[in-house]
Design a binder for this molecule. Structure first.
Ligand SMILES: [Ca+2]
Ligand SMILES: [Ca+2]
Length: 299
């Protein structure tokens, strides 16, 4: 009898300790739903605020995610750009799909986890960290610009910035560099930009590594994903780079019943897509044919 009582008391203490959730965090670490990976409690509100030093922003990567679905009316995770519950919403998530990598535009990020009175799933676990302000982002708009931190003033030492471009499936991404000046090395071992097609640095195909003063060529992806990585070492910095991208809807082009080969081999041809191109695309003929053929299949 005594043993049972003591055991129960410890259980209650254990529950109490772990029921406290949320808090103020900084630097690098992980946060998780109460009891994770076990089922989270009902009727709970957890609020976290992550603060990083001035000049840095907050990044958040979900490692696992399992929150009761259903239009996020019952249980949800909400992430905001700033320190307040009223700061601009970066995303509201539920279900089992792992949310995209998130990044604030300022030094603070607010995260709220709210549950209702029934159905608990395993919850979530997320890793947070800091990144240099103006360094890396997740871009989902049909067009956008990317610049090295501080551009056109010199970029900082020790930068490691990743930009993920993810446009509507079925569209391709065309990336064009407007200005480019990175510390030169024959193999670009010190400061460099790398572009990856069709995925992230880990999963994509590396298209090239660039440094020095020659502006890299325009790059067209083979899918709706592209990643740009910028790395600088501990000495010698220059003004860096600026680049822009547009989303190209080749399916729309094809739906206008234009012949694939004709469309792309004509030097004065225009590519039809939702955004008006200001320059004629300079896609190399052979590759554009295969690009067109693969897109034909896609459509
Ligand atoms: Ca629930
Ligand atoms: Ca350098």
């Amino acid at each position: 009898e005594i043993f049972t009582f003591t055991h129960m008391r410890y259980d209650i203490m254990f529950m109490f300790c772990f029921l406290s959730c949320g808090g103020t965090l900084s630097g690098t670490g992980q946060l998780r739903s109460p009891y994770h990976p076990n089922a989270y409690p009902h009727n709970k509100v957890c609020e976290w605020v992550i603060n990083q030093p001035q000049g840095y922003v907050v990044t958040l990567n979900f490692l696992s995610f399992d929150v009761e679905g259903g239009s996020c009316r019952f249980d949800f995770v909400e992430v905001r750009d700033g320190s307040l519950s009223s700061s601009p919403l970066l995303g509201k998530f539920c279900g089992i799909q792992i949310p995209p990598r998130l990044q604030s535009t300022q030094r603070s990020m607010y995260i709220k986890f709210k549950t209702d009175s029934s159905v608990s799933n395993h919850g979530f676990e997320a890793a947070y960290s800091s990144a240099l302000e103006g360094c890396g982002d997740t871009l989902t708009s049909p067009s956008g610009t990317i610049t090295s931190p501080g551009h056109p003033t010199n970029y900082p030492h020790g930068a490691n910035c990743t930009w993920y471009i993810s446009v509507t499936p079925g569209n391709l991404i065309r990336l064009s560099f407007e200005s480019f000046n990175l510390e030169y090395h024959l193999n670009c071992n010190y400061d460099y930009v790398e572009v990856y097609d069709n995925g992230t640095v880990q999963t994509g195909t590396k298209i090239g590594r660039y440094c020095g003063r020659s502006v890299p060529p325009s790059i067209t992806s083979t899918d709706n994903l592209m990643t740009l990585l910028f790395v600088s070492d501990a000495s010698l910095a220059t003004e860096g780079f600026s680049a822009s991208y547009i989303s190209i809807n080749l399916c729309l082009n094809l739906s206008l019943s234009l012949d694939c080969s004709e469309t792309f081999t004509s030097s004065s041809g225009t590519l039809v897509h939702p955004i008006t191109l200001t320059t004629t695309p300079t896609i190399e003929t052979a590759s554009s044919r295969s690009l067109c053929r693969s897109t034909c299949r896609l459509c």
